[in-house]
Design a binder for this molecule. Sequence first.
Ligand code: NAD
Length: 486
Amino acid sequence: MPGTPTPLCTALLIDGELVEGCGPAEPILNPATGETLVRIAEAGVEQVEAAIVAAQRAFAGWARTTPQQRAGVLLEIADALQRQQEQLARLEALNCGKPLHLARQDDLAAAIDVFRFFAGAVRCQTGQLAGEYLPGYTSLVRRDPLGVVASIAPWNYPIMMAAWKIAPALAAGNTLVFKPSEHTPLSILALAPALNALLPPGVLNIVCGGGESVGSHLVSHPAVRMVSLTGDIVTGQKILQAASRTLKRTHLELGGKAPVIVCDDADLEAVVAGVRAYGYYNAGQDCTAACRIYAQAGIHDRLVEELGAAVASLRFAGKRDADNEIGPLITPRQRDRVASFVERALGQPHIERVTGAAVHSGPGFYYQPTLLAGCRQHDEIVQREVFGPVVTVTRFEGLAQAVDWANDSEYGLASSVWTQNLDKAMQVANRLQYGCTWINSHFMLASEMPHGGLKRSGYGKDLSSDSLQDYSVVRHIMARHGEHLE
Ligand code: NAD
């Protein structure tokens, strides 16, 4: 890619120092070509330890800063992100294979906004009133930080996930050890020198490495007070088990399998455009992807036909960045996992391939955007998260059936309903057991609004002032002062 930032930053951030890892060096791939971009050494055991100790030491000072002071730093981080925006967008494109224009327009813009939002939000939190709830005693409630937070991120939106995790935790007064995904550390490492210049030593540490090595060390360390994970359900379960030994707080954002209920009276053109965009954005590597369509009988056949044509027109793997709408899967393993889901689905006689369903020939880890019709509720492809460019269509007759099927899932993150009848939309939306339901839309997020799941999608809230609550604890201070003035 012309203008690729070189050399790539490989240093971790530990206690105010930019240092190379002393663990094994792992290759970082460009998923669009399969090439190794660089090798990055994992944090060694003693480096993970040093990062936690530094965060622990820095906590007392950072926790005592005022919201105004922390807001000032967050705004400076947003400015630094903005200054490095082009470099970071290029690194996201390089390390994830994302189209560069989308990394610029979406990932970087969102990450910057998240720091700005939390800078404002921490200065205007609200809560219970102080007062005399027992005669002769005044009670007041404080919201205090927790201590050292270990934040562990996935690979699908590296810089945006870093922002979602770092901004609220710092705003609330915690110190952090942040671990990016072992596949996608490049953007946060490129930002590390700027973060280091803006924050006191130890307040934010960045360590790279695998989940079982560096991640599990963070999770089991007694000085870590909270673990925040965005990742797979199985990873969430492992983290809960490890965290239970020291009774840490956990903030879990796990997978999704978003139902998309399309009623007979939906605006077909809008549905087709919406699913084409939000079922396949980021090659479907998105926990809110519009991937599980329930189409009412009266619209079903037209939807399958028009959506099939629209999905087949998605552009990817082209030479000109501006032409590409989606990128590859992150690793060959992820691509093969997607392929095997589709293969098993097509082994079912009732499932029909409308378009796609093959690994893309040529370099990189691309998989063709795929639409499968005739899927049934209990099919694996309807029940399990694929995390790739694969959307299923299931026909339904009555809305009660669609709501039951939509809710019959171990996931509970995102959902949508498409109809031109607002009464119907509200009735369906109110019955869905998902952290978010969009009406005649899908996928849109706002920094002010909470994002998080129900059921096995986890329970942590990202974005919004709800996230500040997750990263802090309520404390009651009660002062005895008698009842009568002398
Ligand atoms: P993953 O669970 O494999 O990895 C996520 C992070 O956890 C990585 O940094 C990894 O190194 C670390 N990890 C893995 N095992 C660990 C362990 N035993 N202890 C500590 N850390 C460990 O997930 P992924 O493949 O990177 O990302 C894809 C998954 O993330 C999908 O299931 C997707 O739905 C989910 N996701 C959820 C959201 C959300 O907001 N709910 C957002 C993005 C991705």
